[in-house]
Write a protein that binds this ligand. Structure first.
Ligand code: ADP
Ligand code: MG
Length: 739
């Protein structure tokens, strides 16, 4: 039989085992199995450090049996086999239950070295494994009759991510069987790249990672396989860039004497150097005859909206339309308000007092009355509205554009690629695309996740922006600190300022809570607190607002805002807050994105440890947007020195979003960074860590660019093409779609 990577496992390891691999580990083909890499290695001479085991952990330990004794129960049938294994310093109790006397097993185990695999628990103060799977290593005979004998040739024993009844040694055996019959594999990596980067061939890499002989073998294998992950990804992204560059687009040049020129003339502030530079890059892109594909990233408050608006006006000047897609209704309305505000009579074409060359700004949201909506749709299809702002409502079939030339997507991470494409499909010729994000992304992540976009970064904040000071407020052991927080709010309000109080929950006990954010779900997972479920419920908007109204902020105007308010009410609350008719806004994370109230100077975040690092940074960006200094208080019960507390301290210590996003990413698993493997499934990036392996990603990107420039369809690289196709077909690579 000719065995290659696509050979089904059932042809290689038998039906029963193949079924187990599929059911427990999702592995179906030879390649799936070969890419199921060992988690670590045990070396035969070195026993596992038993003192390092933690209760609840799934472990495979390599240890020597010190004592094994069988005894029967006094009051019931059955037998107990008590074994003590040791690493030479500590001991671990291993217990087997059986129906019959197990003295034969006790004799067999005495003095032997084996791998024992199970969950660590504690019994009478000693750590133990109950009925672990095990295999003895120091001769070829097996003890349990149903355990197939296997030989341990190597001195280095791979320990695989395993599952019940699919122990690491069974995986090792299956891998060995596959490697034995596998032919020489066509290498997807071109020789020139492999030699340039000093990498071993693919077949050799599989052998070195699964059956290492020398200490350096796993490292050499990982280096090669890690590079492959980066390379395949970068080839896909390079191909996408090539496709975009091959598409036609209508060049949109603003010219002079149009809306943009008039807008610039009226702008009440100077653009920052960064804004000017990025605007120039965008203008140059818009003037090309293939579509712009650009990511604009910049700190909260760095002035992305002005840059985007200038791009939109350029397109309108050139006779086209621009659409701005916002993730929430609050944000769409706010964009509409601020953009019509900035444009003044330039946005009142056809109205009395409207400027001659003006345009109109349409707003389209899900909750508009039909009549309003109909008028907006007419303005959009006729082209009277040069600028169209909206939520998902923009994507619907009924929305027709006269000539859509530019799509701007705000807060990209909230939209999938399908939504972005659905909007782009409304243009006759592919429109230009500008994606904005306030979540700073380290360069290599941008290169990985947004690798098919050109990236512009606004790194400076506009002048005159006052600094934000942040403090962690330990509420658990120092309740008077919290009183002081409320007092600070009263002081700011007395000085004519406004405040936000943010809580993790709404508190109307209805359905699911709103987007605390994916990153928080993760934070909760690896939370240090023993048993997150034992903790009290997170604080809620409605409760906190009630408490504040009765107590510490009784004489202030306190309002609430959360995602389940009817949208006209949300809008009304925001309007009152913006107009200074409310002093304090108690809200959920609905205010996280984009809300712009320059007069707000204090933010108190309750249960701050429940929010992710990036999310706190976003939230904090809601204050300090004017000229008065901002104060952000992170209230928490998390104990000093705990990981939660350290995270909060880090957020308090810096306002550098890039540094924080590194921190955030470091604390997560890779698949989560890229949005894949939420379900706990294997990510197709196993060895590549986008933060740690920056260098690898850069090299792969360079090689991929060269290759795709030379052979865009990979015609001369069939093995690579197959790999790319497989990767794209794999739903584990969802993160590619997120870009
Ligand atoms: P972002 O969308 O990047 O968070 P915005 O575009 O909303 O930031 O800008 C934040 C605030 O700063 C707005 O009130 C905006 O009018 C103002 N702003 C933008 N650019 C400048 C500038 N160059 N100088 C002064 N203020 C600016
Ligand atoms: Mg914004």
């Amino acid at each position: 039989m000719l065995v290659d990577l696509n050979t089904p496992l059932r042809d290689l390891v038998g039906d029963k085992t193949a079924k187990a691999f599929d059911a427990k580990l999702g592995l179906r083909t030879a390649e799936d199995l070969l890419r199921h890499y060992p988690r670590r290695y045990a070396s035969r001479g070195e026993l596992t450090d038993l003192a390092s085991l933690r209760e609840g952990e799934e472990v495979t330990v390599l240890a020597r049996v010190q004592r094994a004794a069988a005894r029967s129960f006094k009051n019931r049938r059955g037998n107990l086999l008590e074994v003590t294994v040791t690493d030479g310093t500590g001991v671990l109790r291993v217990t087997f239950f059986g129906k019959r006397n197990q003295q034969w097993l006790a004799d067999k185990l005495q003095g032997r070295v084996g791998l024992f695999s199970g969950t660590v628990d504690t019994y009478q103060g000693t750590r133990q494994l109950v009925h672990p799977d095990y295999v003895l290593l120091d001769d070829g005979h097996d003890v349990e009759p149903d355990m197939e004998a296997m030989s341990y040739a190597g001195e280095i024993i791979p320990i695989y991510p395993a599952a019940a009844k699919l122990e690491t040694w069974k995986i090792q055996k299956a891998v060995g069987a596959v490697l034995n019959v596998l032919g020489e594999l066509p290498d997807p990596l071109p020789d020139w790249a492999r030699l340039r980067r000093d990498l071993v061939p693919l077949s050799q890499a599989f052998r070195l990672i699964h059956e290492p002989v020398a200490d350096g073998d796993p490292g050499r294998a990982r280096k090669r396989l890690r590079y492959d992950e980066a390379f395949a990804l970068q080839v896909i992204l390079a191909q996408r860039r090539a496709v975009t560059e091959g598409l036609p687009a209508i060049p949109r040049r603003a010219g002079t004497g149009g809306l943009l020129a008039e807008f610039d003339r009226r702008l009440p502030f100077e653009l920052t150097e960064g804004q000017r530079q990025v605007s120039d890059e965008i203008a140059a892109d818009l003037a090309k005859d293939h579509p712009m594909h650009r990511l604009l990233q910049g700190e909260v408050g760095s002035g992305k909206t002005v840059v985007a608006l200038r791009a939109m006006l350029a397109v309108v000047d050139a006779g086209g339309q621009a659409a701005l897609l916002a993730p929430t209704e609050v944000l769409a309305q706010q964009h509409h308000r601020s953009i019509t505000g900035m444009l003044g009579d330039l946005a009142e074409r056809g109205l009395l007092g409207g400027a001659e060359h003006g345009t109109r700004v349409a707003l389209l949201t899900g909750s508009q009355p039909t009549a309003v909506r109909r008028q907006q749709l007419l303005d959009i299809v006729s082209g009277d509205a040069g600028i169209v702002i909206g939520t998902h409502a923009l994507i619907q079939d009924k929305v027709d554009f006269h000539d859509l030339g530019l799509v701007v997507v705000d807060e990209q991470h909230r939209f999938g690629v399908e939504q972005r494409d659905a909007l782009r499909a409304k243009a006759r010729t592919p429109p230009h695309l500008l994606v904005m994000t306030a979540t700073p992304i380290p360069r290599t992540v941008a290169m990985t996740v947004f690798g098919d976009l050109d990236v512009s970064t606004l790194s400076e904040l506009p002048l005159g922006r006052a600094p934000i000071t942040s403090h962690v407020v330990p509420a658990g052991d120092k309740p008077h600190f919290l009183d002081r927080a409320w007092q600070r709010i009263r002081e700011e309000v007395a000085a004519g300022r406004q405040a936000f109080v943010v809580t993790p929950r709404i508190g109307d006990d209805e359905g699911t809570e709103e987007s605390i954010g994916e990153d928080v779900a993760l934070d909760l997972l690896d939370d240090d607190a023993p048993g997150a479920s034992m903790r009290r419920q997170p604080l809620a908007v409605l409760e906190v607002a009630a408490l504040l109204r009765e107590g510490p902020l009784a004489d202030l105007r306190v309002e609430v805002l959360h995602g389940r308010l009817p949208s006209d009410e949300k809008d009304e609350v925001m309007r009152r807050f913006v107009n200074g008719e409310a002093d304090v806004l108690v809200a959920t994370t609905v205010i996280e994105v984009g809300v712009d109230v320059p007069n707000a100077t204090v933010m108190v975040v309750m249960d701050a440890e429940r929010f992710g690092v990036s999310q706190l940074h976003q939230l904090r960006g809601r204050i300090g947007r004017g000229s008065a200094p901002g104060l952000c208080l992170l209230v928490t019960d998390a104990e000093e020195g705990s990981p939660s507390r350290e995270r909060l301290d880090a957020v308090a210590a810096t306002v550098d979003g890039f540094e924080l996003s590194r921190l955030d990413l470091q604390s997560r698993r890779e698949g989560d960074v890229l949005g894949a493997s939420q379900s706990g499934r294997r990510s197709s990036l196993q060895l590549l860590e986008v933060i740690k392996h920056e260098h690898v990603i850069e090299q792969a990107r360079e090689d991929a660019a060269n290759l795709v420039a030379d052979d865009p369809m990979l015609e001369r690289y069939p093995a690579l093409r197959a790999r790319v196709v497989a990767l794209l077909a794999d739903d584990r690579a969802d993160y590619l779609e997120k870009a």
